[in-house]
Design a protein around this ligand. Structure first.
Ligand code: GA4
Length: 338
């Protein structure tokens, strides 16, 4: 357990480890929205409990993910190479980043899921139902959180953020990450070992997915009970996040940082793959706008005292630029005014 050095641990909103926890069953909406805003300002990250998503929806989805990764490589490759959608192993992005994981990335819309499911599962109908039910549920959760954020920020249009990901053209994606345990990794053919480059640098840190922030608006992450996720505080200290298979973790993405003119911060995070016997598996929904949507700071977030920090850009511009960067780059810096 790591207690951040200047941790803003507060009694009600935070648990002992310093990760803000938001109880969505809190009936006091204005309090709830204020808590979410504060967590997103300080950390860009929080855990959500009493989210209302049925356990069966989560578990059915998990079974589909585990069944996929249990297949022989040749069958997993039928999902197509991850460029950017499909199955990938160890290689991340286009600039030479690697990690000790394999993954499957899908476009988060029902038609695309059902089209791809034949190449992913022996029971395509079961697969697409499970994935679509899960996506529908986490999308609603993301929209609820975004509406609460708009309220807490006193933005006049309360659907201003959620509308982007409700749009039929939304570019949202769904990702399964599978981090094999160390014993299996030893059996994998040898790969150049990437060295962790942080304050936690030691031989026990096997990087599953290196440090980065998510480019989209909002990320909803769920993992099995194997740990590995860490978030970086502003002073660069890494804080391990205890896994909680029944709850979700929420992360602010770069696009939401831009829309709020830097008031909400996208969180740098990474996943270690140190588990000895059991694989870690995460299921991650990235709520994104349509490609042609402008990500300029909202008028309410700009004032003479707080001028716009970012040049106007569309989600398509940002996504294209993101794929020319290394995983750990601060992508939003390229769109900063001066
Ligand atoms: C991080 C968030 C999502 O997992 C992702 C990642 C994408 C990829 O794995 O292909 C990126 C990464 C992510 C950010 C910068 C680029 C693109 C790898 C990479 C080096 C699917 C996404 O949208 O951006």
């Amino acid at each position: 357990m790591v207690i951040p050095s200047r941790s803003p641990i507060r009694s009600k909103k935070t648990m002992a480890i310093g990760i803000p926890t938001i109880d969505l069953s809190n009936y006091n909406r204005s309090k709830l929205s204020a808590q979410i805003v504060e967590a997103c300002e300080e950390y860009g990250f929080f855990k959500v409990v009493n989210h209302g998503i049925p356990k069966a929806v989560i578990e059915t989805m998990e079974t589909q993910g585990s069944d996929f990764f249990a297949k022989p490589t040749i069958e997993k490759q039928r999902a197509g190479p991850a460029c950017p959608l499909g199955y990938g192993c160890k290689n991340i992005g286009r600039k030479g980043d690697t990690g000790e994981l394999e993954y499957l990335i899908l476009q988060a819309n029902p038609q695309s899921i059902s089209e791809r499911s034949n190449d992913i599962s022996d029971n395509p109908t079961k697969f697409s139902c499970a994935v679509n039910d899960y996506i529908e549920a986490v999308k609603e959760l993301a929209c609820e959180i975004l509406d609460l954020l708009a309220e807490g920020l006193w933005v006049s249009d309360k659907s201003v953020f959620s509308r982007f990901i409700r749009d039929v053209q939304s570019d949202s994606i769904l990702r399964f990450n599978h981090y094999p345990p160390v014993k299996d990794i030893k059996d994998w053919e040898t790969t150049p070992k990437q060295h962790p480059f942080t304050n936690n640098n030691n031989n026990h840190n096997r990087i599953g997915f290196g440090e980065h922030s998510d480019p989209q608006i909002l990320t909803i992450l769920r993992s099995n009970n194997v740990g590995g996720l860490q978030i970086s505080l502003r002073d660069g200290l890494w804080v391990p996040v205890a896994p909680d298979p029944n709850q979700f973790f929420v992360m602010v993405g770069d696009a939401l940082q831009a829309l709020t003119n830097g008031r909400l911060v996208s969180v740098k995070h990474r996943a270690l793959a140190n588990s000895v016997v059991k694989p870690r598996m995460s299921m991650v929904y990235f709520g994104a706008p349509p490609l042609n949507a402008w990500m300029s700071p909202l008028p309410e977030m700009v004032s003479p005292e707080k001028p716009s920090l970012y040049k106007p850009f569309t989600w398509g511009d940002y996504k294209k630029a993101a794929y020319t960067t290394r995983l750990g780059d601060s992508r939003l810096d390229h769109f900063k005014i001066n």
